[in-house]
Design a protein around this ligand. Structure first.
Ligand code: LMR
Length: 396
């Protein structure tokens, strides 16, 4: 049965971490997977999360199954986080939200559900996009196309080309958009550009599918939802896959959500029932632990404020590291303009390193960077900065 099976290639992002782990070089650096690290190079459990876990441990009474779509308290927490408390879409009960295993789970459940509703649709993705987007929508059976996004020459958003392409997307197709901290480029539309994107969606009738995995890592929880609010203002129907992996540091607890916004409250029950069917045949119901942590923190003012301060600390460290990297490269007179490294948002920098330079850094220096040149800035520490800057100067 299995004699003919060919080995599949390692995952372009998670596979790098496995390779890094088995690298014996003591100076090795992992700038691959998008996971926050502190200046000691560790991914800490946030103190607010520790406190919430202690409360859950003390008060928990059962580990019975979760509802298929997750708990109502989690649903409310997700909707308020995405849109802000009291947003009209919440008051009008126009959102069907299910707790999914991470943002990836939300994307896949959304893709599977949409395949039953829009089987002929093409899914449009930014060029470039997160490698797993392609795999997820392929697995769900969708045809795919790219829209222009990043201009490698200016290292900024090619907004004119993007909007011209979105202007041609037919009604009934699906357009995947990163709400903030675009993965892999770190380049986001401005709020004004988001309004134009939303107006284009509304005018042409394509369905926005928003991937919102880094809320709070750009400018702040509120500022980072500008794109989502613009879409909510203009488009009666849209879909959001969201994640608490990064902003609560709950990576391994797989804590995400899928939210489907309908034009009227009357259709939400039917949409939600189909969502539950999609989930039931996939993983039955979600893992509870991460959701309980989020409920515990967001249900308590003091814990919420503590968490917001911890999130700000992560965001500010990354902003500081961006400046440190620029200075270290300037000190070594590495050619080129580096202002873009400071302007990019979130964990990632699209460094401009070529695939050949990425390969050399890995083979010669044990520095692991995703193909295409995406660097996880949070992986840079005071201890590894000089080694990294010397190595980059060496390959440039
Ligand atoms: C990343 O892009 O590194 C993260 O979203 C983690 C992942 O699953 O790839």
């Amino acid at each position: 049965m299995f004699e003919q099976v060919q080995a599949a290639p390692p995952d372009p992002i998670l596979g790098l971490t496995e390779a890094w782990k088995s690298d014996p070089n003591p100076q090795k650096i992992n700038l691959g997977v998008g996971v926050y690290k502190d200046d000691q190079g560790t991914t800490p459990i946030l103190p607010s999360v520790k406190q919430a876990e202690a409360n859950i441990l003390a008060n928990g009474t059962s580990k019975s199954y979760m509802p298929i779509g997750g708990s109502p308290a989690y649903r409310d927490a997700v909707q308020s986080m995405l849109l802000g408390e009291g947003h009209p879409l919440i008051a009008e009960k126009r959102i069907a939200t299910a707790h999914t295993p991470g943002g990836t789970g939300g994307l896949r459940v959304g893709a599977d559900l949409l395949k039953t509703l829009l089987p002929e649709a093409t899914v449009w993705m930014s060029s470039p996009t997160w490698a797993n987007h392609k795999g997820i929508f392929k697995a769900a059976g969708f045809a795919q196309a790219d829209y222009p996004y990043y201009d490698p020459a200016s290292k900024t958003l090619d907004f004119d080309a993007m909007i011209a392409a979105l202007d041609q997307v037919p009604a009934g197709d699906i357009v995947l958009l990163h709400v903030c901290c675009h993965n892999p480029t770190g380049v986001d539309p401005t709020p004004g550009q988001w309004e134009q994107i939303a107006a284009t969606a509304a005018a042409h009738g394509w369905l926005p599918f928003l991937d919102f995995a880094y809320q709070g890592f750009g400018v702040g929880i509120e500022e980072d939802r500008a794109g989502l609010l613009a879409i909510a203002e203009a488009c009666p129907e849209f879909v959001v896959a969201s994640s608490f992996s990064k902003n609560f540091g709950l990576y391994q607890d797989r804590t995400g959500a899928l939210s489907i916004v309908s034009g009227s409250a009357g259709t939400v029950a039917a949409v939600y029932s189909n969502l539950l069917v999609t989930i039931r045949v996939n993983y039955s119901n979600p893992p509870a632990h991460g959701g309980l942590i989020v409920e515990e923190i967001l249900g308590d003012k003091a814990l919420t404020n503590q968490w917001l301060a911890e999130l700000a600390g992560m965001r500010e460290r990354i902003a500081g590291v961006r400046k440190d990297l620029v200075k270290a490269l300037d000190d070594r007179s590495v050619p080129g303009d580096r202002a873009f490294l400071i302007q990019q948002k979130g964990m990632f920098s699209f460094s401009g390193l070529t695939d050949d330079q990425v390969r050399r850094l890995r083979e010669e220096k044990s520095i692991y960077i995703v193909k295409g040149g995406r660097i996880n800035v949070a992986g840079i520490t005071a201890a590894n900065l000089d080694y990294l800057a010397d190595a980059i100067a060496g390959v440039m």
